[in-house]
Write a protein that binds this ligand. Sequence first.
Ligand code: FMN
Length: 173
Amino acid sequence: MELKETIRRRRSIRQYTGEPISEEALNQILQAALLAPTSMNRKPCRFYVVKDKDVLKKLADAKKAGGKMLADCEAAIVTVGDSDKADTWIEDCSIAMSFMMLAAVDQGIGSCWVQIYLRKQEDGSDAEDAVREILSLKETDRIAGILALGIPAKEAEPHTEADADMGKVIRIG
Ligand SMILES: Cc1cc2nc3c(=O)[nH]c(=O)nc-3n(C[C@H](O)[C@H](O)[C@H](O)COP(=O)(O)O)c2cc1C
């Protein structure tokens, strides 16, 4: 797929058919993350691939709203930044997440970013702490986000050129 088309076709997909994702497709998505640039090439990101339904359900409940699709997705990639390794963990992990979303489109797989960092659980406690506990991570492991993956239940409208608000572009010179 041409890059321009891949970018336009990337939409947040929150409903899935329940069909499995091939290991080959999953590997392509992970390769995109592992080849993404990081500040000073420090590579502080790790990627936890979760397929276990019980763990997916726990992740879905780790924050109050906006993550319930994790219970029904085929796989989730929890993107973890080691803040001991790099102060740019959020940037490095976010770029990796973005690369994975585009690679998923290329593989015919739908994805949706689930925000964890800065969010709360149903009872008001910290969502990041909940995910760290589910995956037995240390305090300095930061949860940049979780990518829910699955075969889209329905076709999402691709973005168009008109959706790109050129009013946000300020030209100097
Ligand atoms: C940093 C970030 C956090 C997001 N968090 C969530 C989330 O927790 N739950 C959710 O359903 N969508 C989440 N999204 C998806 C956005 O809602 C979505 O990208 C936006 O509405 C634009 O729609 P599109 O992705 O289809 O273009 C997030 C996206 C980004 C970039």
